[in-house]
Design a protein around this ligand. Structure first.
Ligand SMILES: Nc1ncnc2c1ncn2[C@@H]1O[C@H](COP(=O)(O)OP(=O)(O)OP(=O)(O)O)[C@@H](O)[C@H]1O
Length: 298
């Protein structure tokens, strides 16, 4: 049997009275493109930091390619590439120097062929000799990705890699990450862009307040939750919410159905309640709605 790329069992972590991770179990197979989703503060970064050995869990086990993150740190770390959320660099190094230094951390010398390949894939070749401080935010983010790849890790974790990144770069980045996945790398991704998660991830875990509250293939998650939706923009959101709607955006409230036959009934009830429907849309299920439902249910 092949070892899972990532195994997380009963992992707990508290900061004082705050339970950041309340017993997380998760197994991610080799070659998966896996999404880790959750609202702000759900514990995603804490979990990733624990995987990278940067945060010590209070209890439980974390393994990367079968290597225990605490007891067998070096091998676990060698198998893992992490693209962190925050942009922290020494501004005085050039891009190439930075990548050479990072290679050195893993005991790799003479890594320039691979570094050139990564730079080309990330469209950074022209910036190889530029100082980090002269790069734009989006370029710095690409360097973060490059940095995570210098030691050719089989498992790559990206913590919100597209936050604050323009559309073109985002698409380029996804193309690159998809290629890495096709080449056999396991990808774990956290993002607040649920459309991206829906297109990219084969399986998804949703985290809320330090616990996994949904775990399934993306297709099953979309199927399992109500199949259709009605979104209404109303003058009186409170009246619509009282009828079981869920607020999705300023003034927009959403109702979920198994069949469109129920739409008429809801519209009648909205009229009776004086909700004041101004606009409406009928929708197919998408991950954003699944996410909102899961977060409200549990
Ligand atoms: N070093 C720390 N000290 C104290 N509390 C912390 C620390 N790191 C994280 N926390 C708390 O743990 C909880 C989980 O935070 P975490 O950063 O893991 O969430 P997240 O899901 O990554 O959120 P986001 O989507 O905002 O990045 C939060 O309530 C956070 O305030």
């Amino acid at each position: 049997m092949t070892v899972p790329a990532i195994r997380i069992a009963s992992v707990t972590k508290s900061y004082g009275a705050l339970k950041a991770l309340g017993g997380v179990d998760l197994e991610i197979g080799q070659g998966e493109f896996f999404g880790l989703l959750g609202p702000n503060g759900a514990g995603k970064t804490t979990l990733i930091s624990a995987l990278a050995g940067l945060v010590r869990p209070d209890g439980g086990v974390l393994e990367v390619m079968g290597h225990d993150v605490v007891r067998d740190y070096r091998n676990a770390r060698r198998n893992l590439g992490v693209v962190p959320q925050e942009l922290v660099f020494d501004p005085f190094f050039t891009v190439r120097e930075l990548l050479r230094i990072q290679s050195g951390y893993f005991g790799i010398r003479g890594n320039d062929d691979w570094i050139d390949e990564i730079l080309a894939s990330l469209d950074l070749t022209a910036k190889a000799s530029s100082n980090m401080r002269s790069l734009s935010g989006g370029m710095k983010r690409r360097v973060l990705v490059a940095q995570a790849l210098v030691h050719r890790p089989p498992v790559i974790v990206l913590d919100e890699p597209t936050a604050g990144v323009d559309v073109e770069l985002r698409q380029g980045l996804w193309q690159f990450v998809r290629k890495l996945n096709r080449d056999g790398h396991t990808i774990v991704l956290t993002t607040h862009y649920l459309e991206e998660a829906e297109t990219l991830c084969g399986r998804i875990a949703m985290l809320k307040a330090g616990k996994v509250v949904a775990l399934d293939t993306t297709d099953n998650l979309l199927r399992r939750f109500a199949t259709h939706s009605l979104r209404v923009k109303v003058g009186q959101p409170a009246a619509a919410l009282a009828l079981g709607g869920v607020e999705v955006d300023g003034g927009w409230v959403e109702f979920a159905f198994d069949s469109f036959a129920e739409v008429e009934q809801v519209l009648a009830r909205l009229r009776e309640a004086g909700a004041g429907v101004m606009e409406m849309q009928l929708g197919e299920p998408d991950l954003e709605r699944v996410f909102i439902e899961v977060m409200h249910r549990v």
